[in-house]
Design a protein around this ligand. Structure first.
Ligand code: 5GP
Length: 208
């Protein structure tokens, strides 16, 4: 008996304000389920501990613009003065092979994906409050003070677009947030596909 009747992978879009914990939730989810994290391209510099080809493909502005010109992105956006984009071919190839793909992208990018790929499962991660978000961003200490201010100012603008998403998760207790994300992923993977004939055929074959 097949483990799953899925013909195509699912595309999960995870958005939410910077510092809300999208990356942490996503890496915990990917320890539990089959799926691939889509590595984005960015013009921002690597932070200490980040490596090219793991967290991001770190490229120059020229390289990024060339990729836009060649229509290589599923979506791309400027976030806090740096360019970020999702490599299109890599994502589509994995989906065709039946792999689920996870994007950690900002809301502008999320809306572009939704327009280009309406089957995408849209998940928004919310902080318990803006106060908690501020403390987390400062605690992470990865950015200069002016960047932190920009990230906080952008947070409310992103939250205002939560209505464009299908699911929301409040990241108060991390374990609960991860459990919520896993529940969404599992439910989406139990959705009856458009083409049900392979399912029916499998059971019919048993009667022959
Ligand atoms: P960071 O620089 O902190 O890694 O990411 C900043 C923001 O950019 C985060 O909200 C992250 O989700 C978003 N981001 C990362 N990769 C992409 C991408 O490929 N496209 C878009 N639109 N946003 C991205």
């Amino acid at each position: 008996m097949a483990k799953s009747f899925k013909q195509k992978g699912k595309l999960f879009v995870i958005s939410g304000p910077s510092g809300v914990g999208k990356g942490t939730i996503l890496s915990r989810v990917l320890q539990e389920v089959e799926g691939d994290f889509s590595i984005s391209m960015t013009t921002r510099s690597p932070r200490p501990g980040e490596t090219h080809g793991k967290e991001y493909y770190f490229v120059t502005e020229e390289e990024f613009l060339l990729n836009i010109e060649r229509d290589n992105f599923l979506e791309h956006a400027v976030v806090f003065e740096h360019m970020y984009g999702t490599p299109k071919d890599e994502v589509l190839r994995r989906l065709d092979r039946g792999r689920d793909v996870y994007l950690d992208i900002d809301v502008q990018g999320g809306l572009q994906v939704k327009a280009a790929y309406p089957e995408a499962v849209m998940i928004f991660i919310l902080p318990p409050s803006l106060k908690v978000l501020r403390e987390r961003i400062i605690g992470r200490n990865a950015d200069a003070a002016d960047v932190i201010d920009k990230r906080l100012a952008g947070a409310l603008n992103e939250i205002k677009l939560v209505g464009e998403y299908e699911y929301y998760i409040i990241n108060d207790d991390l374990d609960v947030a991860v459990a919520d994300a896993l529940a969404i992923v599992r439910a989406e993977n139990c959705e009856v596909p458009e083409r049900v004939s392979p399912i029916i055929r499998q059971y019919e074959n048993e009667t022959n």
